[in-house]
Design a protein around this ligand. Structure first.
Ligand SMILES: Nc1nc2c(ncn2[C@@H]2O[C@H](COP(=O)(O)OP(=O)(O)OP(=O)(O)O)[C@@H](O)[C@H]2O)c(=O)[nH]1
Length: 225
């Protein structure tokens, strides 16, 4: 893992196709539930009248994209789900040089001009992961309750600075002896008021609240739009 290269962001070419599309980045440690959260979120966004595209990142495979295609069968056409094989550390592809992801999003929007919301799933990374503002309008960081209730106290830019912190897998808290009240309280403390939502992405608990958060960050349409 590469903890050291924080400040060499490239300035990727602006993709005009992506203007006017609301872009949500979802990051977090390996296996925290980023894919599951997106799979729970997409039907809600569609239900609320949005037109959605999904871009997933894996280093070597299309594993996450294939999973989303299977889970959302009959909800979202598979052609609206694209897997980017980054070939490098996840943070490189979403923060330092998001060129591949910008291209994948732009290509998706060229094919489906109705898309108003793009969900970008980062590959699993460490607590330093953030999204390039060129790629994501809002950045959601997903923590796994199973990693222990100490996690929010560990800080790191994902935990402290993300637009929304999701504490996922709350259903397993009793099994790993994680105290959700401690997690929520510590998260509030280190985030200085930025929002925190507790979820069970498999059952859908808390996911409406995540959709509400996204709705609240969506720019209001201008009268000419
Ligand atoms: N019990 C429980 N399991 C969950 C929850 N969310 C995800 N999982 C499970 O946790 C495992 C990992 O979930 P994923 O959604 O693949 O996690 P991810 O963050 O996308 O993983 P990577 O992309 O590999 O980093 C899967 O077996 C999920 O079914 C949850 O809220 N509760």
């Amino acid at each position: 893992m590469d903890h050291h290269h924080h400040h060499h962001d490239a300035h990727p070419a602006v993709r005009p196709e992506l203007e006017g599309v609301f872009k949500v980045g979802v990051g977090g440690p390996v296996g925290s539930g980023k894919t599951a959260l997106i799979e729970a979120l997409v039907p809600i966004l569609i239900e609320r009248g949005h037109s959605v595209g999904v871009v997933t990142n894996d280093i070597y495979t299309q594993e996450d994209a294939d999973h989303v295609k299977r889970t959302l069968h009959g909800v979202l056409e598979p052609e609206r789900i694209v897997g980017v094989e980054t070939g490098s550390c996840p943070h490189t592809a979403v923060r330092d040089d998001p060129t591949m992801n910008l291209a994948a999003g732009a290509e998706l929007i060229q094919r489906f001009t109705d898309i108003d919301t793009l969900l970008y799933e980062s590959g699993g990374d460490n607590l330093t992961l953030t999204f390039s503002p060129a790629l994501a309008d809002v950045y959601v960081f997903v923590l796994d309750t199973g990693e222990g209730d100490k996690m929010p106290r560990k800080r790191g830019p994902g935990i402290t600075n993300s637009d929304l912190l999701v504490i996922n897998k709350i259903d397993i808290a009793p099994y790993v002896r994680a105290d959700l009240e401690v997690m929520a309280r510590d998260a509030d403390r280190v985030r200085e008021g930025r929002p925190v939502i507790l979820t069970d992405s498999l059952k859908g608990t808390g996911v409406e609240a995540v959709a509400d958060f996204i709705a609240g960050r969506r720019p209001v349409c201008s009268p000419t739009a």
